[in-house]
Design a protein around this ligand. Structure first.
Ligand code: NAD
Ligand code: UDP
Length: 318
């Protein structure tokens, strides 16, 4: 069924980094937004400017428990995404991915809503195919420290397509590659925010391993365009990669952050975490073909905006 042009959307994880940008975009488009979040890694500051908006509603709720509301669209962005956070309570991470997604799929079934699920490049694990196409089944350790996230997300993907086949729920599934930008938490722990926060405070920049591992970094505004385009796509599609295909080593990222901040930080090496993927780059052909998706923000420009954000966030946190 086509989506209404102005409907009601439930955004789970709406107080988080990506979720809060989605809240902004849907409010801007005239939708009613129900933001559901348990504030595990989310922050009220990310959505404070929306709290008095007549079309915005904030609900403190954990998606591991069922939630009911009449909505047209559900965006499932509730899940800690940083290894530091998702490993702090791995069983809860698995519950959020599996039970949480099942609850939202159950709601979608009940009220006839479409559901867009935030999956991840981590379903490809430490990939043996490069770049990664959606057809690649991945190389994931099922019992390691990253498994609660990777396998939780893989199980959530299974649930999405089983609800689609068994109950006719309209699902859209985006596999997100490393995305960064304003509203990441200061203590998020992922590489872009860590390096910027360290550089701005002239603290040591912590490269895990020798820094030769690669990631492809996407600015949040580009990703959000892709998510909206996918959610509005009336044709049911398989999983779609979204991100930016420009690939950098972690060492290159550190150098750039130091240059752009004018920091006096030194680079230090820390042990490489277990199962840390060595390479990561999306094949974006399907996103280009079906969504006309084309990321526009180069790393340099995105880093500058993110650095400005963290400068203010750090000043406000003192
Ligand atoms: P984030 O940690 O900033 O946001 C996650 C949000 O979900 C937070 O507001 C948190 O409080 C909320 N949440 C967590 N568990 C919940 C629960 N059980 N019930 C209700 N709310 C809960 O992370 P993010 O980067 O904004 O990621 C958002 C989504 O996108 C996640 O599903 C993540 O797996 C996915 N993703 C993000 C990236 C990325 O690079 N940012 C990459 C791949 C996938
Ligand atoms: N990383 C790093 N220093 C940090 C944080 C992360 O060198 O302070 C590395 C990490 O080991 C990985 C890459 O940067 O190789 C990306 O890590 P992140 O946690 O951002 O995302 P993911 O590994 O989930 O892609």
């Amino acid at each position: 069924m086509p989506l209404p042009t102005k409907g009601r959307v439930l955004i789970a994880g709406g107080a988080g980094f990506i979720g809060s940008h989605l809240c902004d975009r849907y409010i801007g488009r005239g939708w009613e937004v129900i933001c559901v979040d348990n504030f595990h890694t989310g922050n009220k500051a990310n959505i404070r400017h929306l709290l008095t908006h007549p079309n915005f509603e904030l609900v403190r709720h954990d998606i591991v428990e069922p939630y009911m509301a009449e909505v047209d669209l559900i965006l499932n962005f509730a899940c800690p995404a940083s290894p530091v956070h998702y490993q702090s309570n791995p069983i809860k991470t698995m519950k959020t991915s599996v039970l949480g997604t099942m609850n939202l799929l159950g709601l979608a079934k009940r009220v006839g809503a479409r559901l867009t699920h935030a999956s991840t490049s981590e379903v490809y694990g430490d990939p043996l195919q490069h770049p990664q196409t959606e057809a690649y089944w991945g190389n994931v350790n099922p019992i390691g420290p990253r498994s609660c996230y990777d396998e939780g997300k893989r199980a959530a993907e299974t649930l999405c397509y089983d609800y689609s086949r068994q109950h006719g729920v309209e699902v859209r599934l985006v596999r997100i590659f490393n995305t960064y930008g304003p509203r990441m938490a200061i203590d998020d722990g992922r590489v872009v925010s860590n390096f910027i926060v360290q550089a701005l405070q002239n603290e040591d920049i912590t490269i895990y391993g020798d820094g030769s591992q690669t990631r492809s970094f996407c600015y949040c505004d580009d990703l959000v365009e892709g998510i909206i385009a996918l959610s509005e796509q009336d044709e049911t599609l398989g999983p779609i990669n979204c991100g930016n295909a420009n690939e950098f080593t972690v060492a290159e990222l550190a150098e750039r952050v130091i240059r752009l901040t004018g920091s006096r930080s030194r680079i230090v090496q820390k042990p490489l975490p277990q199962d840390d993927p060595k390479v990561r780059r999306p094949d974006l052909s399907l996103a280009q073909k079906y969504l006309n998706y084309q990321p526009k923000v180069e790393l340099e420009e995105g880093l500058k905006k993110t650095i400005d954000y963290f400068r203010t966030a750090l000043a406000n946190s003192r």
